[in-house]
Ligand binder design. Structure first.
Ligand code: ADP
Ligand code: 5GP
Length: 182
């Protein structure tokens, strides 16, 4: 049976950066592509970063029962489709969801392996969000408030990994996948 690795962590901790590298590095590990109503950002590809859909289409998918879970995160809707969880074929799957998504996936798929990515210190989150320069000041503040609420949830995850240096984090995640595969 393919294994499902569920990864969460506060905005700006480095999830996109490290998961992209992890998938490139570990054979037989694919990224499960979520649906979202948030606008596509420069550099993102529809169908590989996310399936970008309208509010109406997202609602249709909910009504059709297409999602294993969905949630509102930072004012937009995000969901994991049943289809996305089949996309790995014979291989293992990696999915990035917020803490609500992880709660739902844990209930639906108890054998899923859950990982929470931690910042070395809370101040690093602020520095990384500011350094990324993608969100406005008030939006950064909002993400930091969400992060404060999410961080205590780290204890509900099977594994916690601190993203200090990118390469070390990718290495630790690759080692975890190897260990779970046995
Ligand atoms: P997330 O997907 O969790 O919101 P990103 O992958 O977009 O986070 O990373 C946020 C910012 O932090 C980016 O500018 C990224 O280059 C930087 N970053 C990621 N990992 C590290 C790290 N280990 N050390 C320093 N900066 C990092
Ligand atoms: P971003 O818009 O920055 O890519 O992601 C914002 C947040 O949405 C992140 O916390 C990410 O983990 C979460 N997210 C992405 N896809 C899903 C999903 O399918 N379900 C849920 N619940 N959260 C998701």
């Amino acid at each position: 049976m393919p294994r499902l690795f569920v990864v969460s962590g506060p905005s700006g901790v480095g999830k996109s950066t490290i998961l992209r590298k992890l998938v490139a590095r570990v054979p037989g590990l694919a990224f499960a592509v979520s649906h979202t109503t948030r606008p596509q950002r420069a550099g993102e590809r529809n169908g590989s970063d996310y399936h970008f859909v309208s509010e109406d289409r997202f609602q249709e998918l909910i009504d059709e029962g297409a999602f294993v879970e969905w949630a509102v995160v930072h004012n937009h809707r995000y969901g994991t489709s049943r289809e996305a969880l089949r996309a790995g074929g014979e291989g293992d799957l990696l999915i990035e969801v917020d803490v609500q998504g992880a709660d739902a996936l844990r209930r639906e798929i108890p054998e899923a392996v859950t990982v929470f990515i931690m910042p070395p210190a809370f101040a690093d989150l602020e520095a990384r969000l500011a350094g990324r320069g993608r969100e406005s000041g008030p939006e950064v503040e909002r993400r930091l408030r969400t992060a404060r609420a999410e961080m205590p949830r780290a204890t509900s995850y099977d594994h916690r990994i601190t993203n200090d240096r990118v390469e070390d984090t990718v290495e630790r995640l690759a080692a975890l996948v190897k260990q779970v595969r046995g």
